[in-house]
Design a protein around this ligand. Structure first.
Ligand code: F6P
Length: 495
């Protein structure tokens, strides 16, 4: 009989040592949060005043990161560590990064102020680099920089910690389920050379979670001690279930995530890697639509960009060109009775108009049911719908229109990372390796107020990062476009 998790997997070398088994201390994790309500909490904090990503009642205990045990092994990086203390930018491993950053927020706290554990190397580590095997998996949709993260993990593990056994699982979590029969790749510095020059992921990816029991069977069988998961919120929920199964079995296997989302919808990470590359690529479509619109009478450029529930790509891409007249995002309801006459007037007065729409906007006009393999609600195509509505509205009003529709779709996420994102990917990968080597688990690496931090997965998946319609980003968009705060009052004068 094949060993659990073993059938179908082919390893480049013999199965490594089994992960040592002993009790894993379970520290408090995130408590259930109340939905955002605008109510004043029992501690007097008015949640309405917080931006959406913070509208969870975050308390000190929510930011505690689980650890597999005491760090007793001297880190092989002492030379690097010794220089740190002399700079004000360095956060010592024993220090914490404050969650609150305004006097008002601090003043409203009555208990211990919440704070993140800082990222970075520890003087002592949990795992013996010579004895461990590490696994890496990429999950969910593509994102610029995936290969940079894989390469960063491999180089940091090998060059600085001296870990020599690293494997890559194929095609997302499926690669960790033996019955799917995927090969397992051996990852070496030579093997990952130059992969950062290409978009996509050398490991392949897929949507959807797999049975955590089968996944931990596989980790056990292969003797994997650290699993790095590069994925979005659904993948991190999967990582949480894997970590819980590991705890149930009292194994010492670390699960550390590097959050990936071009929609920039995961909180506590400042912005996600690849986001800047993606919206940068999207600006090419916006520029093209603008040139087309300005070149013809009644020119209207309509650009549809990714952004399922968060309109960050649309906002940033529009701001980068600063030519858009309208930006429509999922966070702000669209009222076509007000929008269409407004658009006609804009075209009459200025000769052309440019509309940028995020894919998740205007879903109230479309009937779409079901969910994808990651559990994301399927969306109707509002870009196509809007194009039809705009054309028929202009036709009914007898107004000339030359509409050019551009949907760059996957083009913006399949490109290689730009230099900024490459740097960010590398630094996230370094922080993830430091955390894992120090025995941290069930956490993702994040960036909070420009410092790398450890974020417990329960907190990372408890809320969604969205554009705050009352916040300064949306204010910038309104200022740049000149569009009204709401189209809900029909523009009768324009009709
Ligand atoms: O989740 C990120 C994202 O790029 C969304 O913006 C988009 O809706 C989705 O992925 C599309 O990806 P796929 O076609 O792979 O499901």
């Amino acid at each position: 009989m094949a060993p659990p998790g073993g059938a179908g997997h082919r390893l480049p070398e013999d199965v490594g040592k089994r992960a040592p088994e002993s009790a894993v201390p379970v520290l408090p994790t995130c408590r259930e949060r109340k939905p955002v309500g605008g109510a004043t909490s029992r501690r007097g904090i008015n949640r309405k005043r917080w931006p959406p990503s913070l509208r969870t009642m975050v308390e000190a205990a929510d930011l505690l990161v689980r650890t597999l045990g005491e760090c007793r092994i001297d880190s092989p990086l002492p030379g690097l560590l010794d220089r740190h203390g002399t700079t004000e930018h360095y956060v010592d491993e024993a220090d914490r990064v404050l969650f609150d950053d305004t006097l008002a927020m601090v003043g409203e706290r009555t208990g211990k102020p919440p704070s993140f554990e800082p990222g970075g190397p520890r003087r002592q580590i949990f795992f013996d680099p010579a004895k461990i095997r590490v696994g890496i998996v990429t999950c969910g949709g593509l994102c610029p920089g995936l290969n940079d993260v894989i390469r960063g993990l491999v180089l940091e593990l090998t060059s600085h910690y001296g870990v020599s056994r690293i494997v890559g699982f194929r095609n997302g979590y499926r690669g960790l389920v033996a019955r799917h029969g995927h090969d397992i790749l051996e990852l070496t510095p030579a093997g990952v050379q130059h992969i950062n020059e290409h978009g996509g992921t050398i490991l392949g990816t897929s949507r959807g979670n797999q049975d955590p029991v089968e996944i931990v069977d596989c980790l056990d069988h292969l003797g994997v001690n650290i699993l790095f998961v590069i994925g979005g919120d659904g993948s991190m929920r999967g990582a949480q279930r894997i970590a819980q199964e590991i705890t149930t079995r009292e194994r010492r296997i670390a699960v550390v995530g590097v959050p990936k989302t071009i929609d920039n919808d995961i909180p506590w990470i400042g912005h996600s890697f690849g986001f800047q590359t993606a919206f940068g690529k999207a600006t090419e479509s916006i520029r093209a639509a603008h040139i087309e619109a300005t070149a013809q009478p009644g020119g209207v450029g309509l650009v549809r960009l990714m952004g399922r529930q968060s309109g960050f790509i649309a906002c940033y891409a529009a701001l980068a060109n600063n030519d858009a007249d309208y930006v429509l995002i999922p966070e702000v309801p669209v009222d076509l009775d007000g929008f269409l006459p407004h658009l006609r007037r804009r075209v009459r007065e200025r000769g052309h108009a440019l509309v940028v729409v995020a894919e998740g906007a205007g879903q109230e006009y479309l009937a779409a049911d079901g969910a994808d393999a990651s559990g994301n609600r399927l969306l109707g195509d509002f870009g196509i719908y809007l194009r039809g509505r705009v054309l028929s509205d202009f036709a009914t009003a007898g107004q000339e229109i030359n509409l050019k529709y551009i949907d760059p779709s996957y083009v913006i996420r399949s490109v290689p990372a730009n230099p900024y994102d490459s740097v960010y990917c590398l630094r996230l990968a370094q922080a993830a390796v430091h955390a894992a080597m120090a025995g941290r688990t069930e956490m993702v690496v994040g960036s909070w107020r420009n410092r790398f931090v450890h974020v417990p997965i329960p907190l990372a998946v408890a809320s969604r990062n969205q554009v705050d319609p009352g916040g300064d980003l949306w204010m910038s968009v309104l200022e740049a476009t000149g569009q009204p705060t709401s189209f809900s009052i029909p523009d009768r004068a324009a009709a």
